[in-house]
Design a protein around this ligand. Structure first.
Ligand code: GDP
Ligand code: IMO
Ligand code: MG
Length: 430
């Protein structure tokens, strides 16, 4: 019996998806990324050696697994090649393990330029993007002017599309933003070089995933970013430009929703966010600083300090609903060791009213105040614990409280950075 399990972020990204995907890969045949680009940074720690994956699925560190970059991903070929070479230098074999969708869209140098200019104009309404050209690449995809991986292998088509795009874009860069323009031939020759390097890896990834399921194999779908950064269901416009929620796994890989067996949401035992936008449970004092320091909360991609806050049940309820979560994965429990009290938000106060569900409108969300309940913390270390029964009583109570509030189980608890720092309460693959 095949199984298809989706792992995605239940908060604002950086929940520890990479670590969880790595630790579930031993029983998977295929690990596939379905959206986002190299704005993602997924950390895996094996025997004190740290790997940060950006585009390549976090299953790549297990040999003999097929890792796919799906059609829903946007690819900067330069960044991808750099990541591939970095892994190969560290002894990770990619040949035969990595396949890249022909239909994935390419990030072009002008996407990065236009994002920089647009962000600069936003002033204090900046999204705080990763500056990787993600938004403009998805804009071109939706506008039907995007250039796809397959186009790299039809040089005339590639040049024609590039020429057409630069005609508009150079005019805007020159006349509106008064910045440097791009040359067709420069980009053409740069990208033909990438085409040559990537040519052995290009495939129909939709066929590979469906065939694996037809043959009884297990597939792990790896999301990037998180539910609150989703283009439809996140804190728009302070979001990324892709579908980071469960539906994105289907469209981003070409798999029907009827084939998905389970969707697991990954959440930290607290909350973080990088970049701009509302964050109701953000902590602005020394407690937030303590979580940031203890949790090493600095971006894996940009190095920016992450904003830190308490666990937010309003956010998690939203994530359970939007994704149809079958279970939760709770990470970084060990970071909460040593707090006398831990706060958890159960609702929002808005103009004297109590909201229990996440408000879709930004002006409402921006004015919400968290309604907290306080729980007793624990002073024992939970680092590296692998059995639920060995957790301190108050940590067990914290976990039970989350399960009861959300009405779903916590299937996996992560108690440290390393692969083996994990409590598995349920097996998702046979
Ligand atoms: P992702 O983007 O969701 O894959 O998460 P990131 O890799 O960006 O950020 C998660 C960070 O937390 C990384 O540095 C991980 O090594 C680390 N991490 C993951 N799980 C745990 C955990 O249970 N405890 C601790 N202390 N660190 C963890
Ligand atoms: P992983 O997969 C956390 C944030 C950026 C910014 C917003 C839009 O590691 O969890 P973008 O460059 O995507 O247009 O930026 O989204 N962001 C992330 N935050 N984790 C990520 O990925 C993120 N990818 C993008 O900080 O606020
Ligand atoms: Mg990350």
């Amino acid at each position: 019996m095949s199984r298809a399990v989706v792992i995605l972020g239940a908060q604002w990204g950086d929940e520890g998806k990479g670590k969880i995907v790595d630790s579930l890969t031993d029983k998977a045949d295929v690990v596939a990324r379905f959206q986002g680009g190299h704005n993602a940074g997924h950390t895996v720690v094996i025997n004190d050696e740290k790997f940060v994956l950006h585009l390549i699925p976090s299953g790549i560190l297990h040999s003999g697994k097929l890792c796919l970059i799906g059609n829903g991903v946007v690819i900067n070929p330069e960044a991808l090649i750099e990541e591939m070479e970095g892994l190969e230098k560290r002894g990770v074999k990619l040949n035969g393990s990595l396949r890249i969708s022909k239909s994935a869209h390419l990030i072009m140098p002008y996407h990065i330029a236009i994002e920089r200019e647009k962000e600069a104009l936003k002033g204090n309404r900046k999204i705080g993007t990763t500056g990787r050209g993600i938004g403009p690449a998805y804009m071109d995809k939706m506008a039907r002017t995007g250039i796809r991986v397959a186009d790299l292998y039809y040089p005339d088509v590639f040049r024609d599309k590039l020429q057409a795009n630069l005609k508009d874009l150079n005019y805007i860069l020159d006349n509106l933003y008064r910045t440097e323009t791009f040359d067709v031939e420069d980009i053409y020759s740069e990208y033909m070089g990438y085409a040559e390097k990537l040519k052995g890896y290009i495939d129909d990834t939709d066929i590979l995933v469906n065939r694996t399921l037809d043959e009884g194999g297990n597939v792990l779908f790896e999301g990037a970013q998180g539910t609150l950064l989703d283009i439809d269901h996140g804190t728009y416009p302070y979001v990324t430009s892709s579908s980071a929620t469960a539906g994105g796994a289907c469209t981003g890989l070409g798999v029907g929703p009827t084939r998905i067996d389970a969707v697991l949401g990954v959440a930290k035992a607290y909350t973080t966010r990088v970049g701009g936008g509302p964050f109701t449970t953000e902590i602005h004092d020394a407690v937030g600083e303590k979580i940031r320091e203890r949790g090493g909360e600095f971006g894996a991609t940009t190095g920016r300090p992450r904003r830190c806050g308490w666990l937010d049940m309003v956010v998690l309820r939203h994530a359970v609903r939007i994704n149809g979560l079958a279970g939760l994965v709770l990470t970084k429990l060990d970071i909460l060791d040593g707090f006398d009290t831990i706060k958890v938000c159960f609702g929002y106060r808005y103009k004297g009213k109590t909201l229990e569900e996440f408000p879709g409108e930004l002006p409402v969300l921006e004015e919400c105040e968290p309604i907290y309940r306080e729980f007793k913390g624990w002073h024992e270390s939970t680092l590296g614990i692998t059995e639920f029964g060995k957790l301190p009583e108050n940590a067990r109570a914290y976990i039970k409280m989350i399960e009861e509030t959300l009405g779903i189980n916590i299937d996996i608890i992560s108690t440290g950075q390393k692969r083996e720092d994990i409590i598995k309460l349920k097996e998702h693959f046979k």
